[in-house]
Ligand binder design. Structure first.
Ligand code: NDP
Length: 448
């Protein structure tokens, strides 16, 4: 009789949990995974993937306007929310099946119910079944934070936004981070009146200031309104189903939907971690070491629940490193330096490495190169929307410390450039590369 039911029991079938389970199984482990919502997790079910599809869908609003300037006659063009929503949700179903098949084809057993930890080697399923495992991996992700105010029960988060029964004509979004700026762009492009409210006067804290300024100007020009230092105080539902929202120091505004995007916190409530002697960190996260091991030797945690870097590709790398370390005999850690990231706002932002402010704190001689240009793609656009690329260089060595871009296709372009930054290339290396003309990306090798 084996000592345990499984070699690995994973709680949470999101990006990190699925990768870890699949790789552990491929190393010969007997693996099971429990998932209380849907296989695929936040990124696939209610995050990156459906969001990106909405971004693509909303871009047609501008593209159709531009098309007229290129001689196309677009008669009777109109937008139908239900059609786009249902296509996007259909793709989510397809991906959920694909993730399920991946688990199945790797011999990973699935329990579609909640699991909680009852000890260093044991979990209990919602149905009451007790299961033992040599190792437990916690990959339960994070959940939207809902600040406390009167009427918060009327608000939606990124969990519900993909299922809206009707397209809201007037939207208020609280928060000015990734999710707020992405959905502000989507709703605005699709014709909604959008008001972004935040507790501070900053958008996209952590991104380079020049890009944030550029995005603020571009979105103001597109009609997005901002209320800074003005969090929501009260949401009152009206007889017609709309809402009246009062924010700090402002008159109430009527809206059709209120979306809260004020960060995501580790989903550790009621998980039973204390039964294994694991204490949570200040933000509810599970503290782990470089190998994703918790305070309990048999329990590991990866992804958003550890609150290291809340990005899908990081959860995947952590899951892979865990499985290789524990089941593959190849100890592996994740390198968190120079992680590229993007905000799919309109225009989009993409970034890798240090911002100008961070570089000046770390390096005594910083030189900034930039290119402020009108993308050819926008030449016939009604909005004069300029792109901005910014390179932060250590002037002594010439090494690139950071690269920051705002403009069409910035995330697509930055992914390739991030290889060069990660590899430690210099400004001279970029200068030595011949421009690919005409393209937006050529600005990368033409910065002054
Ligand atoms: P962010 O951390 O990006 O932004 C949170 C925003 O809410 C900030 O503007 C912050 O204000 C404000 N805020 C925070 N707490 C409160 C509060 N208690 N009351 C009022 N306002 C508050 O969180 P998001 O929810 O936008 O996204 C969550 C995470 O999901 C991101 O950190 C990111 O890692 C991930 N994500 C990544 C995406 C991508 O890679 N493209 C897309 C979407 C999400 P202030 O900064 O002024 O303090």
């Amino acid at each position: 009789m084996p000592e345990y039911d499984y070699d690995l029991f994973t709680i949470g079938a999101g990006s990190g949990g699925v990768r870890a389970s699949r790789i552990a199984a491929s190393h010969g482990a007997k693996v099971a995974v429990a998932e209380e919502h849907r296989v695929g997790g936040t990124c696939v079910i209610r995050g990156c993937v459906p969001k990106k599809l909405l971004v693509y869908g909303s871009h047609f609003a501008h593209d159709l306007q531009d098309a007229a300037n290129y001689g196309w006659t677009i008669e009777g063009a109109r937008f139908d929310w239900a059609t786009m929503r249902d296509h996007v949700l259909g793709d989510v179903d397809r991906l959920e099946s694909a993730y399920t098949n991946t688990l199945e084809s790797n011999g990973v057993e699935r329990f579609l119910e909640r699991a909680t930890i009852t000890g260093p080697h044991t979990v209990r399923l919602a149905s009451g079944r007790e299961i033992s495992a040599k190792y437990i991996l916690v990959a339960v992700g994070a959940w939207p934070v809902m600040p406390a105010f009167e009427g918060s029960e009327h608000c939606i988060t990124s969990n519900e936004v993909f299922h809206l029964p009707e397209f809201p004509r007037r939207v208020m979004i609280q928060g000015a981070g990734y999710i707020a700026m992405e959905f502000a762009g989507i709703f605005n492009a699709l014709g909604a009146q959008v008001t972004v409210v935040n507790r501070s006067d900053v958008i996209l804290r952590g991104y380079d200031e020049s890009l944030r300024d550029r995005l603020l100007q571009a979105t103001l020009a597109k009609g997005i309104e901002y209320r800074f230092n003005s969090p929501i105080e009260k949401v009152v539902k009206q007889a017609d189903g709309s809402f009246e929202v009062t924010t700090k120091d402002h008159e109430p505004v009527p809206v059709d939907a209120v979306m809260i995007a004020t960060g995501r916190q580790p989903k550790t409530d009621g998980l039973g971690l204390e039964s294994a002697g694991i204490e949570l960190g200040a933000k509810g996260e599970i503290p782990v070491d470089d190998y994703s091991k918790t305070a309990c030797d048999s329990i590991y945690a990866v992804g958003d629940v550890t609150n290291r870097v809340q990005l899908t590709p990081i959860a995947i790398r952590e899951g892979q490193a865990f499985a290789d370390t524990v089941f593959g005999g190849k100890p592996a850690t994740v390198d968190y330096k120079a992680i590229p990231s993007a905000v799919f706002s309109q225009p989009a932002i993409a970034s890798v490495g240090l911002t100008e402010v961070q570089a000046r704190q770390e390096c005594s001689d910083v030189r900034i190169y930039s290119s402020d240009f009108r993308p050819m793609k926008n030449i016939y656009s009604d909005h004069v929307e300029r792109g901005l690329y910014k390179m932060i260089v250590d002037n002594e060595t010439g090494r690139i410390l950071g690269l920051h871009m705002i403009g069409p296709e910035a995330p697509e372009i930055l992914q390739a450039a991030a290889v060069a930054v990660k590899a430690g290339l210099t400004k001279d290396d970029f200068d030595a590369t011949v421009a690919l003309h005409p393209s937006m990306a050529e600005e990368l090798v033409l910065m002054r």
